[in-house]
Each structure stands twice: as structure tokens, then as C-alpha cells.
Ligand binder design. Structure first.
Ligand SMILES: [Zn+2]
Ligand SMILES: [Zn+2]
Ligand SMILES: [Zn+2]
Length: 457
């Protein structure tokens, strides 16, 4: 989710060239171009009121929101941890009131990938700083982006964003000129790095928008409690968060005493892996059935095998001439083909770029949500999973693409194709050193027919 700040947007009043802020997934078609050049990224923290029973709703509690300048306040694991701890410190007046056991449920975005080292380090900082007895970090299962519980808060947030049209403050003409010549986030960041005037003027030009969004957001309500807006953490605050100190306890040089009563602390087990129910393999077993029992990670949603059946798109669509674009899986980094019956328009291209930037894609899911106008026009194979190798159409399509290992999608350390295979097959798909080490081999297709005598006769 991003709140894009359009540079030139046709508004409903027919007034053009008004600098406007538009909620992205609603008036996308009204914006001409550049709609991702400047944007604000909302982040949402819901501190749940934990229900008495597991079957009750978890969507009660206090919502904290902040709007981050996408150029200068990029999302990262350590930023999330810093801001999360700062929110906890605001919410609980006294640090001893911060619960000793913390369960974090995050969306599937890369900054929350609990398998990333950088994310793990950030979580460790949070664990130490918050003096938690136990910290559990979970994220939405792959291919479930649309069912992410945070979406429910996001839909309330969208109410506050709807129908907003705003003037971004003008910068000096010199800076406007400089800015108009830079198009991507990378370019803007690079110039601003060497030009502090651009950075401060850009930050200031968005400030009033940030403030207005804050005011609107603080009128939103969940369970009769108003949302609260927080300023994004600044670099200094983030740097301070990263300092890890010894606890000072003489007996233990790493952590302090557990805060929960000893018998509670001792009874705490790690979260069980998802395990199929004994008599219903379509569903996972109830938490209480598997808690305190040894489980394995083999049934994790990301390890599940691909769904079977026919693809959703029209038959005959999934061929090399219909490949229009590529998309990268957030989980396995393989590149998947986007198919469309007709050529993509410039607008389609923008919307695809928008989807890629905003909704983390994983193998097996759709590119667009169901209510999107491209949901039935641009397709990716859905009957696949992260274990599915690269698609043949990737190699044979006319779109420019780099050579990749068939098994893992890597572009690095691709091995030379042996002559012995080249003689026998028309098509040999690449193999990387890593996959070769794992015992995988070149994938060969279309054997070359050795000329038979019959033809000569
Ligand atoms: Zn210790
Ligand atoms: Zn994947
Ligand atoms: Zn490989």
C-alpha cells in the first residue's frame, strides 16, 4: 500500500495540472503518469486486545499509523522494530506494563521476512530492548496476501484517504527543475544524497500532506478508540535502537531475569509448526492439539506442493508469444511470466508496476486482487508453487530476459552446456553451480532426430 502523490492528475472537477494526492487503488485510472514518483507509505500497528477465547476476534485494540516518505524513510526491518518499540513505549505508560510475551503478526513483505538475517537482527534488538521473556514473530502465509488480517485495518484507513485531493507544496524553481528530471526512487535518492537542499525541500513539500493525512487518520475509529498517528522514526532513533548493551546482571551477561512467574516461564513452549488435522488433511490441527508436541516444518504453507487442475486463464494463453511481462516471487526469487491475450497498453504497464511495488507476489497467488480490472486480463500461472522450476515460456519468449538456472532461477554461476548434450537436444536449459552441487542436471528438451534412411529412399 502506498499513497501516491500525483504530479499531474485529472480531477473530477475537470481541473487539470493540479498537484494532487490520490489514494492509489481508487483513482489510478485518473492519473496520467509518474504516479509513483512521490508517495507516502502508511504503516499500521494494531495492539490487539487478546480475547478470552481463541475463537473470538483478534481485531480489537488500538491502532497506530504513520505515513512515511517513501524516498527518505524507506521500509526496513530495523525501522519496523524501532517504531514498534516506540509505539509500545507510548501505549504503556510504564515500561513494566509492556507484556512479557510478545506475539508479532506481520504481512508477507520482504521487510518482515523472518528468514532474512537483517530481520532477525532487528527482532533480536526488539527482544532485548523490550526485555521480553519471549518474542514470537509470524507472518502471513505465502499466496495469502489477500486474506492478510492487516487488510481489514487498511480498509478502514482507506476511508480516511478517499476523496483526498491536495496541493503538494512547491519547492524552489531550481529544485522543481532538478526533481522533474529524476524519475525513479533510486535516482531521487542519489541526487538528494549529494544535494541536501533538495532533500530538505522535498521533505518539506510533503510535510503538509503528511499532517493532513494524520489529522484525517486520527478521526478514524476501531472499537470507539481513535487511531493514533506517529511520526516515522528518524535515522538517529533507528541507529540508537541498534545499540545492543549487556544487561548488567552479574549472573547473566546476556539477558535479565524472566518477568513472568517461574512456573509460567517454564511452561512456555515454542510455537508449533502447522500440522494437518488427524482426520481432515484439508485443515490444520487445532492449536491445543499440537502445542507442547514435537512438530516439523514440512507442512508449512510455503512448502506445500502446487495446486492441480487447469489454469484460470483462457486455454491457449500460456504460450511464449503471449508473455508480456515478468514478475519475481518474493519467496523463492524465481521469475514468472505474465500472460495476456492482447498487447499491454501503457496504462496496463503502469498498473502492473504498481501491483509489483505494492503487493508482494509469491508463486501460486494471483498478481492482482479479484476486484482489479486486470484480474481477468493479465495472468500468471496459479497452479505452481515455489518448488516449481522456471517456465519453458520464459526461455522461449520474445521479451528480453537474462539467462537463468532452470531449477532455481539464479543468474549466477551458470555452467557451460556440455557438447555431448548439445548434439542431442535442441533446447538445453541452464544450470547453476549451486544446483549442480545439489545433484541436479541440465534440463533438456526437444531431442534432435537423427536422420533416418527412410527419408532418403
Ligand atoms: Zn541469560
Ligand atoms: Zn516462489
Ligand atoms: Zn540453480
Amino acid at each position: 500500500h502506498k499513497v501516491a502523490i500525483g504530479e499531474e492528475v485529472a480531477t473530477s472537477t475537470g481541473v487539470r495540472n493540479r498537484k494532487s494526492l490520490i489514494p492509489d487503488n481508487t483513482i489510478l485510472a485518473a492519473s496520467d503518469h509518474d504516479f509513483t514518483k512521490l508517495s507516502l507509505t502508511p504503516s499500521v500497528i494494531l495492539l490487539c486486545k487478546i480475547p478470552a477465547s481463541i475463537s473470538e476476534s483478534f481485531y480489537h485494540g488500538k491502532v497506530y499509523t504513520s505515513y512515511k516518505n517513501t524516498v527518505f524513510e524507506p521500509s526496513s526491518g530495523i525501522r519496523h522494530s524501532t517504531e514498534f518499540f516506540s509505539t509500545l513505549s507510548d501505549h504503556y505508560l510504564n515500561s513494566t506494563e509492556i507484556p512479557p510475551i510478545m506475539c508479532l503478526y506481520t504481512d508477507g513483505g520482504p521487510d518482515h521476512r523472518t528468514t532474512y538475517g537483517s530481520v532477525q537482527v532487528s527482532l533480536l534488538c526488539l527482544f532485548i530492548r523490550g526485555n521480553f521473556d519471549m518474542l514470537i514473530a509470524m507472518r502471513t502465509a505465502p499466496a495469502q496476501s489477500w486474506t492478510n488480517p492487516a487488510e481489514r485495518i487498511m480498509s478502514i484507513l482507506n476511508l480516511g484517504l478517499q476523496g483526498v485531493a491536495l496541493l503538494r507544496d512547491q519547492m524552489s524553481s531550481e529544485m522543481e527543475d532538478l526533481f522533474s528530471r529524476k524519475n525513479t526512487l533510486e535516482e531521487i535518492r542519489l541526487v538528494a544524497k549529494n544535494n541536501s537542499q533538495l532533500e530538505s525541500e522535498l521533505r518539506n513539500s510533503i510535510k503538509s500532506i503528511q499532517q493532513l493525512l494524520n489529522r484525517r487518520t486520527e478521526r478514524l475509529v476501531l472499537d470507539n478508540e481513535n487511531f493514533i498517528c506517529k511520526s516515522p522514526a528518524d535515522d538517529e532513533e533507528i541507529a540508537r535502537f541498534f545499540e545492543i548493551k549487556k544487561c548488567g546482571n552479574i549472573e547473566c551477561e546476556i539477558c535479565t531475569m524472566p518477568r513472568t512467574p517461574q512456573e509460567v516461564f517454564e511452561s512456555l513452549d515454542f510455537l508449533p509448526d502447522p500440522t494437518p488435522a488427524a482426520h481432515d488433511s484439508d485443515h490444520y490441527a487445532n492449536f491445543f492439539m499440537v502445542y507442547n508436541k514435537p512438530t516439523t516444518d514440512e507442512h508449512q504453507p510455503s512448502k506445500k506442493i502446487a495446486a492441480t487442475g487447469t489454469e484460470r486463464g483462457p486455454s491457449g494463453l500460456y504460450i511464449n508469444t503471449k508473455v508480456r511481462e515478468f514478475i519475481t516471487c518474493n519467496e523463492c526469487s524465481k521469475v514468472r511470466c505474465l500472460f495476456s491475450g492482447r498487447q499491454l497498453t501503457e496504462q496496463d504497464g503502469l498498473e502492473i508496476r504498481h501491483a509489483i511495488e505494492n503487493w508482494p507476489y509469491t508463486c501460486g497467488s494471483t498478481v492482482f486482487p479479484q476486484d482489479h480490472n486486470l484480474f481477468d486480463k493479465v495472468f500468471v500461472r496459479e497452479k505452481i508453487c515455489c518448488k516449481t522450476p522456471m517456465e519453458f515460456t520464459y526461455y522461449s519468449c520474445r521479451k528480453v530476459h537474462s539467462d537463468r538456472c532452470y531449477h532455481c532461477g539464479s543468474t549466477d554461476d551458470l555452467q557451460d552446456k556440455p557438447d555431448s548434450l548439445m548434439e542431442k537436444y535442441k533446447s538445453i536449459l541452464s544450470l547453476c553451480a549451486g544446483c549442480q552441487d545439489k545433484g541436479l542436471d541440465f534440463f533438456c528438451r526437444m531431442p534432435i532426430q537423427t536422420k533416418k534412411r527412410k527419408h532418403d529412399q
